[in-house]
Design a protein around this ligand. Structure first.
Ligand SMILES: CC(C)(COP(=O)(O)OP(=O)(O)OC[C@H]1O[C@@H](n2cnc3c(N)ncnc32)[C@H](O)[C@@H]1OP(=O)(O)O)[C@@H](O)C(=O)NCCC(=O)NCCS
Length: 213
């Protein structure tokens, strides 16, 4: 059961926060079935993950909305997706080659599969949520999400994310998300749960959109 953290101050992150937030992302995502599938060797994984999340954090600061806590113990990277957003495939392939080297093919496959199943309906996309491992299970992740959800509810917009295991899936279900069809990563890869938190309406929240690209 999560310990409620009542004194949490949440704010938008800036470039000055990049170092600690990249470390939180790389360390929090270091364990798990997706990480094992992407790069089985933990030492090589750590090196590549620091490069991958350096890119992810800077992309978020430049093109999305990045939130953190005043003590820099957590980070959430959101992207408003108010219309379908095409990926510059060539540029992304080059970036993943630079970041992941020999491991790039699985990163490309992962990103292409997530992209292919991304809903077209207007929403905000939670690309990454991470809490410093030593600070997990104290209500920080839930508080960071609840803060952003309040803004989305005021705007009448839904949220979309991909849960990477049953445990974080449980957290999202508690915060109003419903689970849609899953994605199974090929070559013995893990299951990814696609989740949708509908916009509030007078008859409840809007449902998981049925059509995907
Ligand atoms: C998932 C995560 C962001 C939750 O933040 P948190 O501050 O630890 O969570 P809270 O204290 O607000 O809520 C606790 C719930 O979070 C989930 N959770 C906590 N630690 C987790 C972990 N290591 N991995 C996955 N889920 C976790 C559980 O659902 C937990 O409740 P339960 O154990 O009673 O079911 C955080 O644990 C984390 O960074 N995990 C690793 C990275 C990750 O999985 N990110 C999400 C990708 S979709």
């Amino acid at each position: 059961m999560a310990v409620t953290n009542k004194n949490l101050l949440i704010r938008q992150a800036t470039e000055a926060d990049a170092g600690p937030l990249i470390a939180i992302l790389a360390e929090a995502f270091h364990e798990g079935s997706v990480a094992d599938w992407l790069i089985p060797d933990p030492t090589e994984r750590r090196t590549v993950y620091y490069r991958y999340f350096t890119d992810a954090l800077h992309q978020g600061l430049e093109h999305g909305q990045v939130y953190t806590t005043s003590d820099l113990t957590a980070v959430a990277i959101w992207y408003p997706r108010l219309e379908p957003t095409p990926t510059d495939t060539r540029a992304r392939l080059e970036a993943l080659e630079r970041i992941a080297g020999a491991y790039a093919p699985k990163f490309v496959l992962l990103e292409e599969m997530l992209d292919a199943f991304h809903p077209d309906d207007p929403h905000h996309y939670l690309a990454y949520l991470a809490v410093e491992p030593a600070q997990q299970n104290r209500g920080i992740g839930a508080a960071l999400l609840a803060d952003y959800h309040r803004r989305l509810d005021d705007l009448g917009l839904p949220a979309y994310l991909e849960a990477t295991n049953m445990r974080n899936r449980r957290l999202y279900l508690r915060l109003g998300y419903t689970a849609g069809p899953t994605i199974v990563l090929p070559t013995g890869g893990p299951i990814i749960w696609r989740m949708w938190r509908g916009a509030p309406t007078s008859s409840g929240r809007t449902l998981f959109p049925v059509r995907s690209r």
